[in-house]
Design a binder for this molecule. Structure first.
Ligand code: ZN
Length: 202
């Protein structure tokens, strides 16, 4: 597999880089991305491919289940750099149906040490969906329930984003918009699940 990657890079240099040398040379001097993408690490959700964007257009942060944890210094630094230095005007939190991280909310694997701790930042999404289904006396297929939790998790993480004071300030100044999307691997489409100006629900 590793050899395949290096062979692929050789083809990239000869087929893409050389053909668009001006674009890449300009890009080497400075990046000007206009979107911060917070997505899942899942290999089936490659941001540039599913949005048909080029290198330099999207600043990317990916982790298990596209989670925004306010005690995650990795993401905090990404956010600070995106908003205060790159002046990125749009942040997308993109989940995806069939997310293994979200499915793990229902699983108890005693051998995992870190995944359950990480998922503490997403359990509330499952609670909200299950409470709502109980309240409405709805019984739905498991796959549909999971899809609802995937969507609710995106809304929850957008709320977490707004716990950062500098995110709220940028939004209030009209310099930043938040967007919630879910990618559907079965047809390649993106569903918009939430937009700007969210009201925190507690
Ligand atoms: Zn995932």
């Amino acid at each position: 597999m590793i050899t395949t990657l290096l062979d692929g890079n050789k083809r990239f240099v000869s087929d893409v880089f050389d053909r668009e040398r001006d674009y890449f040379e300009d890009l080497a001097k400075q990046q000007r991305p206009t979107v911060l993408w917070i997505g899942c690490s899942d290999s089936r959700v490659p941001v540039n491919t599913i949005t048909q964007t080029r290198p330099g257009e999207i600043f990317v942060h990916r982790n298990v289940a596209n989670i925004v944890a306010t005690n995650d210094w990795n993401l905090s630094a990404v956010l600070e750099f995106s908003i205060n230095h790159l002046m990125i005007p749009d942040i997308v939190v993109c989940g995806h149906y069939g997310c293994g991280g979200i499915a793990a909310l229902d699983e108890k694997n005693a051998e995992d040490r870190y995944i359950p701790i990480w998922l503490n930042n997403a359990y509330k999404a499952r609670e909200r969906v299950d409470d709502k289904l109980l309240e409405l006396h709805f019984q739905i297929p498991e796959e549909q329930r999971m899809n609802l939790i995937v969507e609710e998790n995106v809304r929850l993480q957008l709320e977490h984003l707004q716990e950062y004071p500098f995110v709220r300030t940028a939004m209030q100044d009209g310099a930043l918009s938040l967007h919630g999307w879910v990618y559907d691997m079965s047809n390649g489409g993106i569903k918009v699940v939430q937009r700007n100006n969210l009201v925190c629900r507690e």
